[in-house]
Design a protein around this ligand. Structure first.
Ligand code: BGC
Length: 260
């Protein structure tokens, strides 16, 4: 097994993306392939689509470590929540189910945590000391808390209750779309959200990810915060890169010669 190469898979509510990654440099070594998430998002259907994806991207590469990121709290390989995905995943031994299907170790991680780890390894948080808080603004809000580049997993700060609301129902990008908000109106909600995070965590840096972060000029300049706030760098690849990198860091050591 080549410990510099791994496969990252990013499972989301609408798409499942994956690629082979050089985990030292953060380069993609294959095309990034995206398939639609099967309707209903049941574990068996998602495993079937992941199989199709793996067949496409890992041709001839042998068995590489596989990391999977997923929009849920992940505890000891189990998916423990399901905010925007089928409830069948709650409490599921996801890692074990995938390992049984693919006959190899698989590492599961929360999607925003994967993105945060990737930014620390290869992107906007690389070499940044202190507390960095990444939020991804998409269908929901994901969060990753890093201190000196080390991840504290499963912070789920999209579900902070603010003014009686689950924060992601007000401030996610899908809330902007659903409520047909202008950039200015949405920025008002983001102001409330980031001010709350600032009070709670006194971060040194905010990173903003998710698809809308490519339009950061429309809304980040409208925010007034003590903390610098900048777009994340790795865009669509962040989850894939972070999942692949964590799969290698947590892969069991290769057998020693005398054990073989
Ligand atoms: C989920 C998180 C996830 C985020 C972004 C939230 O609704 O609870 O686990 O990281 O969405 O996908």
């Amino acid at each position: 097994m080549n410990a510099t190469t791994a496969i990252g898979i990013d499972i989301g509510g609408t798409g499942i993306k994956g690629a082979v990654v050089n985990v030292i440099t953060g380069e993609l070594l294959s095309d990034r392939v995206k398939l639609s998430t099967p309707k209903g998002g049941s574990p068996d259907d998602i495993i079937a689509t992941t199989r199709q994806l793996l067949d496409t991207i890992s041709q001839g590469q042998g068995s590489l470590p596989i990391g999977v990121c997923f929009p849920a709290v992940i505890k000891n390989g189990r998916t423990m929540s399901a905010a925007n995905i089928s409830r069948d995943w709650i409490g599921l031994e996801a890692e074990k189910r995938f390992e049984a299907a693919f006959h190899q170790p698989i590492h599961f991680v929360n999607d925003a945590d994967a993105a945060g780890h990737a930014e620390a390894q290869y992107g906007a948080a690389k070499g940044v000391r202190g507390v960095v808080l990444l939020t991804t603004l998409g269908t929901g809000i994901g969060s990753a808390l890093l201190n000196d580049g080390v991840l504290v997993p499963n912070t789920e700060l999209g579900h902070l209750e603010i003014d009686g609301h689950d924060a992601e129902t007000r401030a996610s990008y899908s809330a902007k779309e659903k409520d047909n908000l202008s950039w200015e109106k949405w920025a008002g909600r983001l102001q409330t959200y980031y001010t709350t995070l600032e009070k709670l965590f006194s971060p040194d840096l905010f990173l903003v990810g998710g698809g809308v972060s490519k339009s950061y000029q429309e809304f980040l300049p409208l925010l007034t915060l003590q903390t610098p706030i900048i777009p994340a760098e790795l865009r669509n690849n962040a989850g894939i890169l972070g999942a692949a990198s964590l799969a290698v860091q947590t892969a069991p050591p290769a057998p020693r010669r005398q054990d073989m």
